[in-house]
Design a protein around this ligand. Structure first.
Ligand code: G3H
Ligand code: 13P
Ligand code: ZN
Length: 335
């Protein structure tokens, strides 16, 4: 069974110079669609669940579905990751559920809007590390606030990740991975105009903290064909725009190793359902539309695994365990 700590997947990606997609899940079709893509491209994969996903599935359903994915694919390197945990309680919950990685997103106050102070972010992230590492569980932190570069300029405050601050943050918290703000944002409306990203920050952060894996959130590309299909079949998503795959590839060349994608699989699902309901108004068996949704998710995830360069790398290394990671972290604490 190759349920592995996320740190191993990302360290191997660093060695190989590629990126690994981290795909959000809330239900069975998403999980099956994603692991099938990993199987068919022979790619390691990170499956991640937000606090909302845990709530939606009453925890236990998602846990069991994720376990099923691991059990069904004993040779795939799979990490189970908590996405955007924003308090220590949810970190504890994820560790207890058997996740091999957690994100403590201390970039915002609990209201989810107000930027948190640097010191307060350091404090809560460090406490998450103290909670997770004794279990061998990987920790991702976040510094900076996601959002378009134009908005930052208008707000005239520095919320893109500052490389010097990132180095101090890593030193003080002990995180394994760091989500950086370089101009991406969540959802389907990322840019009003031409996509602009501060890839130079990735390069600087990678040089300053080479042992920490850089994470790019808000990395959906919002494919025009999916938006066109959604709009053609009754949806209303004008001006939706994502991060071009080429921009992500540039990020990978400069050190991005984990790439978060949620919106693209949501769009694939919605475009498929809208098309089927439009073309086949008599359909009422959920399997007749959720099956094709699963196929559409596999297709988009396979494209990403190939584009990010993780395809073909699943068998490069032997799996490690949380137990082994416990020793690594313990040795670091005592050194
Ligand atoms: O970053 C957020 C992810 O897309 C998860 O979204 O909180 O709606 O599950 P969610
Ligand atoms: P997207 O909305 O671009 O898919 O970003 C997802 C994400 O960052 C999840 O943490
Ligand atoms: Zn995110």
């Amino acid at each position: 069974m190759s349920l592995v700590p996320m740190k191993q997947i990302l360290d191997e990606a660093e060695r190989g110079g590629y990126g690994v997609g981290a795909f959000n899940v809330n239900n069975m079709e998403q999980i099956q669609g994603i692991v099938r893509a990993a199987r068919e491209t022979n790619s390691p994969v990170i499956i991640q669940a937000s606090k909302g996903a845990l709530r939606y599935t009453n925890l236990i359903y998602l846990k069991k579905l994720m376990e099923a994915a691991v059990e069904e694919n004993p040779n795939l390197k799979i990490a189970l990751h908590l996405d955007h945990g924003n308090d220590l309680e949810v970190i504890r919950t994820a560790i207890d559920l058997g996740f091999t990685s957690v994100m403590l997103d201390g970039s915002l106050e609990p209201d989810g809007k107000t930027p948190r102070s640097f010191d307060s972010n350091v404090d809560i992230t460090r406490r998450a590390v103290e909670m997770a590492h004794p279990h061998g569980v990987t920790v991702e932190g976040e510094l900076g606030t996601l959002g378009g570069i134009e908005e930052h300029v208008q707000a005239s405050r520095v919320i893109l990740t500052d490389p010097e601050e990132a180095a101090i943050f890593v030193e003080r918290t002990g995180v394994d991975a760091l989500a950086v703000a370089i101009g991406t944002s969540h959802g389907a409306y990322k840019f009003k105009d031409t996509p602009t990203l501060a890839i130079n920050l990735v390069e600087k952060i990678h040089a300053l903290v080479p042992d920490v894996r850089i994470v790019m959130h808000g990395s959906s590309s919002v494919p025009a064909e999916l938006i066109d299909a959604i709009n053609r079949y009754g949806g209303q998503m004008p001006n939706a725009r994502g991060v071009p795959v080429e921009a992500i590839q540039e990020g990978i060349r400069h050190g991005v190793r984990k790439i978060n994608v949620d919106t693209d699989t949501r769009l694939a699902a919605t475009a498929t359902i809208r098309r089927i309901f439009h073309d086949s108004p008599t359909v009422f068996d959920p399997r007749d539309y959720l099956g094709p949704v699963r196929d559409a998710i596999t297709a988009v995830v396979k494209e990403r695994m190939i584009a990010f360069g993780s395809a073909g790398h699943n068998d490069d290394y032997a799996p490690t365990t949380l137990e082994a990671m416990k020793q690594v972290y313990a040795a670091r604490r005592h050194s």
